[in-house]
Design a protein around this ligand. Structure first.
Ligand SMILES: [Zn+2]
Ligand SMILES: [Zn+2]
Length: 103
């Protein structure tokens, strides 16, 4: 999961002017408020999240990359949560085991 996202980063997608403008529009549309926990994210770190996750395979697909219905503003902690919830269950299990055996 993290790797596919790193691959998208490597394409320069997030550096593109078009993405920056789109992300800015989403921030304004969502009033700089995290759509999950409703905290104000204007002065915090925040992320415009792709609901259908952006991967190296679909980042050129307009309907995913730039579709405003596929974009949502989240604060950083909610963003992390959303992504960790979407990781594959075997990964979650591994993490739980790690925590369990920590002591
Ligand atoms: Zn939040
Ligand atoms: Zn995201």
């Amino acid at each position: 999961m993290e790797n596919t996202n790193a691959d998208v980063k490597a394409t320069g997608f997030y550096q593109s002017k078009r993405w920056k403008l789109t992300a800015q529009r989403i921030r304004q549309r969502d009033d700089y408020i995290c759509q999950k926990c409703k905290c104000l994210v204007k002065h915090k770190q925040h992320a415009v999240h792709h609901i259908v996750e952006l991967t190296i395979h679909n980042y050129k697909n307009e309907d995913i990359a730039f579709n405003e219905n596929n974009l949502i503003l989240l604060c950083n902690s909610c963003h992390r949560q959303v992504h960790s919830n979407s990781i594959d269950p075997t990964e979650i299990r591994k993490k739980r085991e790690k925590r369990y055996f920590k002591k």
